[in-house]
Design a protein around this ligand. Structure first.
Ligand SMILES: Cc1ncc(C[n+]2csc(CCOP(=O)(O)OP(=O)(O)O)c2C)c(N)n1
Length: 624
């Protein structure tokens, strides 16, 4: 490194020549590739935004000017330019720097992010506040074309265009979301007719239309019709101009001098501006350029000589089971909000293209769309990460559960997800779902259980949520859809009977709890272990019977302790006047869980077999 290792703050790049800036680009790319392939992370998106990050820091003055990165997965170059070069090898690691901008990490991270499509709203809020303070500094929101598919972005554009506040929105358009971008807007944006000839033609045509008399007039009608045929000549900017934004572009987002020039030109415009920038996802790393979806997010390098046996992931089991189910039942459909790979729906997409719906990054729409579809007798499976379902909470309550529609939520990444950290942990779903009437909530403890729960949800009537963790299931094989049993709603599963302690676990915590019981049994103790299976309705009969008999209860869940599964158990005990009972709960405390590998995090929160074992032993010994 000749340039990058000397940069401690973004101000230092301002004096660099264009040649040095080019060197800086290469060095940043090299560093991003090296560290991301090792630690895992968002490789392709960050590679695509290197020139953009340099140009922004070259032209603007962070931290007084605020740069807000949407999602934040493209901000590694920004991190390297803002004093995190030395720590960059700790990216996404336990106690390391975050994979996303985080306000507490740097004064240059203007807004904490991880979920998409928040940048324009946050930017406009900052801009409005600056206005109140008579502060003339700039606010820049950098948003991808994928993130531009979310309703929230349009709510913000709509407000921004109306408020006429100073705001620069940079649309980083690489024609990709995680998968190829979807939707009408995406095809509209790809009409990149930015040449001078077309710009002039468009203006002339617009002026002509304006000068014509309105409806009813033949000339106007003819012109209108020819407008239809001219549609291919309409530039992507028109949609943003309709929102009162001054539109510039599209320009080449890898041409640094061009980027710097245009940013210098627009920085003093006193109203909303949108700069459309074309970039290549994965730029500078051939494998990522060729397959940006695969390199959108890469896993950490596995330790050498690791011959650990791997079991099928829950995501894969879900995808396979849904395909098998769809073969038997032509009413089964699958819906994703821009996450077909992540949620395991790629095969479903291939095999049942007509029953597969990728709605873009639009979780709210996905849920209400599913509700609509269910009113016509279909059985939609909304495959969604726990953390992103948070966005569609009102739709889940108001549009699905109120009328008890048969919509099934296949909630992936429930619990601690690992290196993505606090913006992505699925620690709240059991709490936010439990209070919603009509909703049945299941948590599988193994691949077989997931298959049975999917089949149970298909066969029942009304809304159901099945929440499972990121990563591998607990066994090598899993049962086929055909052979899976349909579960009795609200019935738990007794794994060990015993009298020293009653351990009640849900979902991902059943396997480590069983291992802890195994350790206790080896030492001569007799633990009772129940797999709750249903977080709602709870199996009151079994749980109360065991609690009354054993009197020492340990409840384990990979969810926030506030309002989650163990809270439900406490409510059950209170509502049934169970007396002389000692209850201890293990779960995620009332703090946002940090980043690290799942293994490290489960250990930290006492959610692995050792944590459960020691807690159980303490209770057995203390409460003799
Ligand atoms: C609310 C929400 N839903 C889904 C995601 C998962 N996600 C992360 S990045 C991404 C694609 C974003 O596409 P784009 O904004 O075009 O950026 P690119 O990756 O192409 O650079 C998605 C779907 C998210 N972060 N937030």
């Amino acid at each position: 490194m000749t340039v990058l290792n000397k940069i401690n703050s973004p101000g230092q790049i301002k004096g660099l020549s264009l040649e040095s800036l080019d060197t800086l680009c290469s060095e940043i790319r090299k560093k991003i590739i090296e560290i991301t392939l090792e630690n895992g992370g968002h490789l392709a998106s960050s590679l695509g935004a290197v020139e953009l990050a340099i140009a922004l820091h070259y032209v603007f003055d962070s931290p007084s000017d605020k740069i807000i990165w949407d999602v934040g997965h493209q901000a590694y170059a920004h991190k390297l330019l803002t004093g995190r070069y030395e720590k960059f090898d700790t990216l996404r690691k336990f106690n390391g720097i975050s994979g996303f901008p985080h306000k507490s990490e740097s004064i240059h991270d203007a807004f904490t992010v991880g979920h998409s499509s928040t940048s324009v709203s946050a930017g406009l809020g900052i801009s409005a506040a600056k206005c109140l303070k008579h502060d003339k500094s700039n606010v820049i929101a950098v948003i991808g074309d994928g993130s531009m598919t979310a309703g929230m972005a349009y709510e913000a554009l709509n407000h921004a265009g109306d408020s006429k506040k100073r705001l620069i929105v940079i649309l980083n358009d690489n024609e990709m979301s995680i998968s190829p971008n979807v939707g009408a807007l995406s095809s509209f944006l790809s009409r990149k007719l930015s040449g001078k000839y077309f710009q002039e033609l468009r203006k002339e045509f617009g002026d002509l239309l304006k000068s014509l008399p309105k409806i009813g007039d033949d000339v106007y009608k003819i012109a209108k019709r020819s407008e239809e045929s001219f549609k291919t000549l309409i530039t992507p900017g028109m949609i943003f101009e309709a929102f009162n934004f001054d539109y510039f572009g599209p320009i080449d987002g890898h041409n640094l001098s061009h980027l710097i020039n245009i940013l210098n030109n627009i920085k003093n415009i006193n109203e909303p501006v949108l700069l459309h920038v074309s970039t290549k996802k994965g730029k500078g790393y051939k494998p990522a350029e060729a397959n940006p979806t695969k390199f959108h997010g890469v896993a950490p390098r596995s330790p050498e000589n690791s011959n650990k046996k791997t079991f099928p992931a829950y995501t894969k089991i879900f995808g396979k089971t849904l395909c098998d189910m769809a073969k038997e039942n032509d009413k089964v459909t699958a819906i994703t909000a821009a996450m077909p790979e992540g949620t395991g729906l790629s095969d479903f997409h291939k095999n049942f293209p007509e029953r597969f719906f990728d709605v873009g990054i639009a979780e709210q729409h996905a849920v209400t769309f599913a509700a609509g579809m269910s009113t016509e007798g279909f059985i939609p499976f909304v495959a969604i990460y726990s953390t992103f379902l948070q966005r569609a909470y009102d739709q889940l309550i108001h549009d699905v559960c109120l009328d008890s529609h048969h919509v099934i939520f296949a909630i992936d990444r429930g619990g601690l997800v690992g290196e993505d950290g606090p913006t992505h942990h699925g620690c709240f779903d059991l709490s936010y779902l439990r209070s919603v009437p009509n909703l049945v909530i299941m948590a599988p403890s193994s691949g077989d259980e997931l298959v049975s729960m999917l089949k149970t949800a298909e066969k029942m009537n009304g809304p159901a949520a099945i929440r499972y963790p990121r990563g591998e299931s607990a066994s090598e094989t899993f049962i086929s859809y055909k052979d899976a049993e349909v579960l009795e709603i609200g019935k738990s599963r007794l794994i060990y009977d015993g009298q020293d302690i009653f351990i009640l676990a849900a979902g991902s915590m059943v396997d480590p709890a069983a291992k802890a019981c195994h350790m206790l049994r080896k030492e001569g103790f007799s633990p009772c272990l129940v797999d709750a299976r249903f977080v709602k309705p709870l199996d009151g009969e079994m749980i109360i019977e065991k609690a009354v008999k054993i009197k020492k209860l340990l409840v384990v869940e990979e969810n926030a302790l506030k309002g989650g599964f163990s809270s439900a158990v406490c409510e059950l005990m209170a509502d049934n006047f169970v007396e002389n009972l000692y209850i201890k709960r293990i779960g995620i405390p009332d703090k946002f869980a940090v980043q690290g590998s799942q293994e490290e995090l489960r250990r930290k929160y006492g959610l692995d077999e050792n944590g459960i074992y020691w807690e159980a032993l303490k209770i057995i010994n203390e409460k003799k």
